[in-house]
Design a binder for this molecule. Structure first.
Ligand SMILES: Cc1cc2nc3c(=O)[nH]c(=O)nc-3n(C[C@H](O)[C@H](O)[C@H](O)COP(=O)(O)OP(=O)(O)OC[C@H]3O[C@@H](n4cnc5c(N)ncnc54)[C@H](O)[C@@H]3O)c2cc1C
Length: 328
């Protein structure tokens, strides 16, 4: 939400070169695009904020993905796709994209660990965006409510905050906040944590984090700014926690476009517009998968979108007249 985006960063971790394509989101749409761009020898970087932050990543069982009889967990299926893309040379990093600049040449993608550059970008962030489902969430957005610890964590130095959610993203953001906050209440609606094992182990050794399992967030309240949250532990009495920040990572059903600003053309209902090659209003920027409103929400369709965009990226970069597939 950009209380203070500290974005003037240099590349860290991954090489400072310009990529042929950066794919934002590594679900079935993004990972399938990466299989095809890497296979076409395009220098490919996928930035994804967490395996269990996407729709397929949270799916307990999937049995209808062609060629994978299953049942298999959605996270396992995504990992297979990512492994296949990596085997062709795609690089993956776990990070959250917080901004883009498509006017610059090459195009710029800003994430928590740095700024990355590419000639083309595929947007594949899905539709697990927040829907303001908790009283007070919309009212205090930017005044204590945040969806991005990477962006806003520094405002909460020595403060007490709540992180609400149960996925890789929520745990990663809670761990990130240990750099700043004095105490972090992690409010988890379910009886156990559902995230990657290393994250759960790291959490267990973070003394500032107090995990509250089987607990629902009922309200975020305050007077001008967040002053507390009302929570309800299963089978217990409602409680008030005095906090100055509430970082909400509950899943919703909104296309995730917050990191785009207003750089791309949308329909009146806010949905991104793409042509038959999945290209947006800016040449070299493509959008695929559940991020698109008209898209049928199935993993195989997201994967197919990703493939279409990957082939269109190849055509764009090589200035071809027609789409062409590398059958190799
Ligand atoms: C509960 C449930 C059950 C389902 N069951 C089935 C099923 O049985 N069969 C089927 O075919 N489909 C099923 N679906 C639908 C299917 O999961 C989706 O259609 C598909 O996952 C969409 O793929 P996607 O890549 O567009 O988005 P997602 O799978 O949502 O992936 C988006 C990715 O983008 C990343 N991301 C988001 N924002 C950022 C950011 N700012 N920076 C970096 N990364 C970001 C996320 O971490 C995520 O990995 C189910 C969905 C749900 C919710």
């Amino acid at each position: 939400m950009g209380m203070d985006l500290n974005l003037g960063l240099s590349n860290l971790g991954v090489g400072s070169d310009t990529y042929d394509v950066i794919i934002i989101g590594g679900g079935p749409a993004g990972a399938s695009a990466a299989i095809y761009t890497a296979r076409a020898d395009l220098k490919t970087l996928v930035i994804d904020k967490g395996l269990t932050a996407g729709a397929l990543g949270i799916t307990e069982k999937i049995s209808n993905y062609p060629g994978v009889p299953g049942p298999i967990s959605g996270a396992e299926l995504v990992e297979i796709m990512r492994g296949q893309a990596e085997s062709f040379g795609a690089e993956f990093i776990t990070d959250k994209v917080v901004g883009v600049d498509f006017d610059s040449d090459p195009k710029m993608v800003m994430a928590g660990t740095g700024t990355f550059h590419a000639h083309t970008v595929i947007l594949a962030t899905g539709s697990m965006g927040r829907t303001n489902s908790v009283p007070g969430e919309a009212e205090f957005l930017g005044r204590g409510v945040s969806y991005c610890a990477t962006c806003d964590g520094a405002f909460f130095r020595d403060r007490v905050v709540a992180v609400i959610g149960n996925n890789d993203e929520a745990l990663e953001e809670a761990l990130f906040l240990t750099k700043f906050a004095r105490r972090i209440h992690l409010i988890v609606p379910t009886p156990r944590l559902k995230a990657r094992e290393p994250l759960i182990r790291e959490m267990e050794t973070a003394p500032q984090i107090e995990v509250r399992l089987s607990t629902r967030l009922k309200e975020i309240f305050g007077d001008g700014r967040v002053e507390g949250v009302r929570i309800h532990p299963r089978g217990g009495e409602e409680e008030i926690l005095e906090v100055e920040g509430a970082f909400v990572y509950l899943q919703g059903g909104q296309p995730i476009t917050d990191y785009l600003g207003a750089q791309l053309e949308t329909a009146p209902d806010g949905c991104l517009l793409v042509d038959e090659e999945m290209q947006t209003s800016i040449p070299g920027v493509f959008a695929v998968g559940d991020l698109l409103c008209a898209h049928i929400k199935q993993a195989v369709i997201a994967a197919a979108d990703g493939v279409k965009a990957a082939i269109a990226v190849d055509k764009y970069l090589n200035k071809r007249e027609k789409l062409q597939i590398d059958w190799g």
